[in-house]
Write a protein that binds this ligand. Structure first.
Ligand code: DON
Length: 566
C-alpha cells in the first residue's frame, strides 16, 4: 500500500526539493527507489510477484535501459552491493573493461595532449559493456524467479512503448540534434518517427532494443556476448574505426567480489571496493571524521564543513595515488581504510586553516600547473524478507558514446574516459596521470560509483548511492553522515544541501543558493576556495527503522521522474 508519510521536523531547502520534499514512502513488503517512475514500478511488480530484491534489481536495471536511456543501460556497466537477510554481503563488479587492442596513450594527440573528443563520443570511447553479464551473475547466485520473467517488463516497455516525461522529451530532442549527422542508428532509435520534436506524454517505442532484450530473455547473456548481438556490435565497430571486437565480448567476465567494510560510530559500512574508489574513499573520510567527534557538531557550521572538506581533500589525494583496478595494480585497501590511517590523516588537519592541495601532495603526486555531471543512475531496493540491493550503473556521460549499435538498438558507454589518459601528467584542473589507473588491455577503469549499505547491530539501516562522477563519493558520504552522525531522517538526509571538493582542482562547490553568506565568508577566511555549483548527485535511498523493520524510501527530488514504489 502506498503511503506518503509526512515527517514533522523537516528542514529542507525548498529551492532544491520543492513542495514534494516532505514525502517518504513506507513499506513492510519492499521498496524500489529509482530515477525513473516506470522502472520503479516494474521492479516493485517483481517484488509483488514473489521476487526477491535481487530479482527486482535485475528487472529494474533492464527497465531503466529502456525508460532512462541517459544512464540506464545494457551497453555500460556498474556495481551492485547485495546484503542478504541472513547478514551475508557481497558485491557484483560489472564495470566495463578496456578493449584488448587499447593502449596507454590512445587518447593523446600529436602534441601529447588529451584529445577529449575521442572519449566524449563515438566508436573509440566505449569500454566492453558489463551490465548484462553482471545482472545475470547476480541473478544466478542470488535470484529466485526465472531470468526470462525478469527481462519481460523491459521488453514490454520497449515493444509497446511508454509515455515519456518532460525531462526525457527535452533530452531526446537534444540527443537527436547532437547526433543527427553522425550516428543514424541513434536517430532511428531515439528520433520521433515523424522527425518532429518530442513532447511530454508522447510514446517512445524501441523495437530494435525490444528484439535485443527478447534474445537476452530467451538465450541468456550469451546472446549478448557471443550471439548475434555481439556480431552486430563488432560489425558496427569495424565499420566505424572502433577497436572493440567480438573477442572482447567473449572474454568479458563480471566478478563477484568481497565488499570493503568498515565501521563508523558503531555502524557498519558495506561498500564497493576496486575498481571503484568509492568504498575506500568513503571509509577513509569516515575514519578521519570519527577523530573529530563529528556527531556533536552542527552539520551546517563552517568548522564542521571545514573538517569534512579536509577529509575529502585527503581521501581524494589517496585516490589519485593508489586507486585503480586491483586485478592489475596493487591497491592497499586494508591500509587506506584502517583506523590507523584515518588517525594519521586526521593528525595532518589544521582545524583553523585549509591545507593547499598541491602542498599536501608534497611532491608525491607531481602536479603541473594547468567537471562532472549526473549522468549515471543509482537505485536502492529492499524486499519484505530483508534482502537489500544498492546498485549504481552508468554509460559515463549523458547517453554515453551516443552511439546506438546498428540493428541491436542499445546505446554504448563512453567509459574509457574514466582512465588516466595522459600517463604521468596530473594537473591542477583535476586530470590525474598516476600509474594505477593507466589504460591497459582488459583492465577496468577506475570508478567513483559508490553503492553502499549501512547496518547497525546486525540490522539493515540504510541503502544509498548516487550518480555524479567524482562527486558521488562525497554525496554518498554526506548522506551517511546525515543519517548516522547528524541524526537526520532519510528525507532530510537526501534533501540536505551537498558540497564537493576533490583535492584538485583546489575548490569546494556548494549547491547554488544553499550556503549562507556568513558560512561562505567563514570558509573563505579558513582558506577555502568556495564556489557555487549546480545540483549535486541523485541519491535514491532507503532507511530501515531498526525498531520496526519498516522501510522508508526517499527518492531524490533533484531528478524529476524519480519514485519510491512499494
Ligand atoms: O564510474 C564513474 O565514476 C563515472 N563514469 C560515473 C559518471 C557519472 O556519474 C556521470 N557523470 N559524470
Amino acid at each position: 500500500m502506498r503511503n506518503h508519510r509526512v515527517w514533522s521536523n523537516i528542514t529542507v531547502l525548498a529551492a532544491i526539493a520543492g513542495p514534494l520534499a516532505a514525502q517518504v514512502v513506507e513499506s513492510r513488503t519492499g521498496l524500489v527507489v529509482t530515477a525513473s517512475a516506470a522502472a520503479s514500478d516494474a521492479g516493485a511488480a517483481i517484488l509483488r510477484a514473489g521476487g526477491n530484491a535481487i530479482d527486482a534489481a535485475v528487472a529494474t536495471a533492464l527497465a531503466m535501459a529502456v525508460t532512462y536511456p541517459i544512464a540506464g543501460n545494457i551497453g555500460g556497466g556498474g556495481f551492485m552491493v547485495i546484503r542478504l537477510a541472513n547478514g551475508t554481503a557481497t558485491t557484483i563488479d560489472y564495470r566495463e573493461r578496456a578493449p584488448l587492442r587499447s593502449t596507454a596513450k590512445m587518447y593523446l594527440d600529436a602534441s601529447g595532449a588529451i584529445d577529449r573528443s575521442l572519449t566524449a563520443e563515438g566508436y573509440l570511447a566505449p569500454g566492453v559493456p558489463g551490465t548484462v553479464r553482471g545482472l545475470a551473475l547476480a541473478h544466478s547466485q542470488y535470484g529466485k524467479l526465472p531470468w526470462k520473467q525478469l527481462v519481460q517488463p523491459a521488453i514490454g516497455l520497449a515493444r509497446s512503448g511508454f509515455p515519456i516525461p518532460k525531462n526525457l522529451a527535452d533530452e531526446l530532442n537534444w540527443l537527436v540534434k547532437a547526433t543527427a549527422d553522425k550516428y543514424p542508428a541513434t536517430v532511428r532509435s531515439y528520433g520521433r518517427p515523424d522527425r518532429k520534436p518530442w513532447s511530454a506524454g508522447d510514446t517512445l517505442r524501441l523495437p530494435e532494443l525490444a528484439r535485443t532484450l527478447e534474445a537476452i530473455a530467451n538465450q541468456g547473456p550469451d546472446a549478448f556476448y557471443s550471439g548475434w548481438i555481439a556480431d552486430s556490435l563488432a560489425a558496427d565497430m569495424a565499420a566505424h574505426g572502433g577497436i572493440m571486437t567480438k573477442a572482447d565480448l567473449v572474454a568479458y567476465r563480471a566478478v563477484e567480489r568481497a565488499p570493503v567494510r568498515g565501521s563508523f560510530l558503531g555502524n557498519e559500512i558495506i561498500a564497493m571496493g576496486p575498481p571503484s574508489s568509492g568504498g575506500t574513499s568513503i571509509l577513509t573520510m569516515l575514519n578521519i571524521l570519527e577523530r573529530f567527534d563529528i556527531a556533536h557538531r552542527s552539520p551546517t557550521a563552517a568548522r564542521t564543513l571545514h573538517l569534512i572538506i579536509e577529509a575529502q581533500r585527503r581521501a581524494f589525494l589517496d585516490r589519485a595515488e593508489y586507486l585503480g583496478d586491483a586485478d592489475f595494480t596493487p591497491v592497499p585497501v586494508a591500509r587506506l581504510t584502517s583506523k590507523a590511517h584515518g588517525a594519521e590523516l586526521a593528525g595532518t588537519i589544521d582545524t583553523t586553516r585549509a591545507s593547499p592541495s598541491v602542498a599536501l601532495a608534497g611532491g608525491r603526486v607531481p602536479v603541473q600547473p594547468a567537471h562532472e555531471s549526473d549522468q549515471t543512475t543509482h537505485f536502492s531496493i529492499v524486499d519484505g524478507a530483508g534482502n537489500a540491493v544498492s546498485n549504481t550503473f552508468t554509460l559515463e556521460q549523458a547517453y554515453g558514446s551516443r552511439v546506438v549499435v546498428s540493428g541491436a538498438g542499445f546505446l554504448l558507454n563512453n567509459e574509457m574516459g574514466d582512465f588516466n589518459k595522459n600517463p604521468g601528467v596530473t594537473t591542477t584542473e583535476g586530470d590525474i596521470g598516476t600509474k594505477p589507473n593507466e589504460i591497459a588491455p582488459g583492465k577496468r577503469m577506475l570508478s567513483s560509483m559508490s553503492p553502499t549499505i549501512v547496518t547497525r547491530n546486525g540490522k539493515l539501516l540504510l541503502v544509498t548511492g548516487s550518480p555524479g562522477g567524482r562527486t558521488i563519493i562525497n554525496t554518498v558520504n554526506e548522506i551517511i553522515l546525515n543519517v548516522t552522525a547528524f541524526g537526520m531522517d532519510v528525507r532530510q538526509a537526501v534533501d540536505a544541501p551537498r558540497f564537493h571538493s576533490q583535492w584538485l582542482p583546489d575548490m569546494v562547490y556548494f549547491e547554488a543558493g544553499t550556503l549562507a553568506d556568513s558560512t561562505a565568508a567563514a570558509l573563505k577566511a579558513l582558506g577555502h576556495n568556495v564556489r557555487p555549483g549546480t545540483k549535486i548527485g541523485d541519491g535514491h535511498s532507503i532507511w530501515i527503522d531498526p525498531k520496526t523493520g519498516i522501510a522508508f524510501g526517499a527518492n531524490d527530488h533533484r531528478s524529476a521522474d524519480s519514485k519510491a514504489s512499494p
